[in-house]
Design a protein around this ligand. Structure first.
Ligand code: ATP
Ligand code: MG
Length: 211
């Protein structure tokens, strides 16, 4: 074991990357906690922090205000999606539309218990985004969590002036992850430990298998 641990990823040491995942109130209500955790766990990522809480509206709002580029990205995504459906959102300004989305998110995220987690491993941010799927469940790919377990759409959400219910939040970038993790977890709540499967996932020569 000693020998194997030393030969882990000598040339590409990215296995400490961390990302934040939140199972949103709709995911908890739909009894999907176990299923969601299973999907991230079975791909080889390591769970290093976990808690269940009811976010305050202030925390929910702060969460969607951490990345200064978020409003532009999310607003642009919404306006482009609406245009492709031939719908009018009442504004062509992405920042204004994102403001509206953010206020619906404040009540959505604080409407009940959520499960917040930090997942760690090689390319954790991108891997979690891939398994989570695209923002709008209607178009997120089958096989992803959002594609498999929800049917919501921008059109339905917009008609009822609410957030798209898509089960998961996951950090959109490494920078976003760093800020978000600090918002949800104290440093001492994030555990440093070794897990046996890492010996295989990151081992250089797989020479620790045979006795
Ligand atoms: P998240 O940040 O929750 O992981 P995401 O990164 O895929 O999702 P964002 O653009 O950051 O998507 O939007 C944050 C959340 O806001 C979405 O998950 C969804 O719940 C809600 N949302 C985003 N765009 C819209 C929209 N046009 N209409 C309604 N709700 C929206
Ligand atoms: Mg996001």
């Amino acid at each position: 074991m000693q020998h194997v641990a030393k030969s882990l990823m000598q040339n590409y040491d990215d296995k400490q990357q961390q990302t934040l995942v939140i199972i949103k109130p709709d995911g908890v209500q739909r009894n999907l906690i176990g299923e969601v955790i299973k999907r991230y766990e079975q791909c080889g990522l390591k769970l290093v922090a976990l808690k269940m809480l009811i976010p305050t509206p202030e925390l929910a709002l702060a969460h969607y205000s951490t990345d200064p580029k978020w409003a532009l990205k999310t607003g642009t995504k919404a306006i482009e999606a609406a245009k492709s459906r031939g719908e009018d959102l009442g504004t062509d300004n992405p920042i204004i539309y994102a403001k509206k989305v953010r206020s619906t998110l404040k009540s959505f995220l604080s409407s009940g218990p959520v499960v917040a987690m930090v997942w760690q491993g090689m390319g954790a941010v991108a891997v979690v985004r891939k398994i989570t799927g695209g923002t709008e469940p209607l178009s997120s790919a089958p096989g992803t969590i959002r594609g498999d377990y929800t049917i919501d759409s921008y059109t339905a959400a917009n008609a009822d002036n609410r957030s798209v219910r898509n089960i998961i939040h996951s950090s959109g970038s490494i920078e976003e992850a760093k800020i978000e993790i600090k918002l949800w977890f104290k440093p001492e709540e994030i555990l440093g430990y070794r897990i046996i499967s890492e010996e295989i996932i990151y081992d250089v020569n797989l020479d620790g298998i045979l006795e």
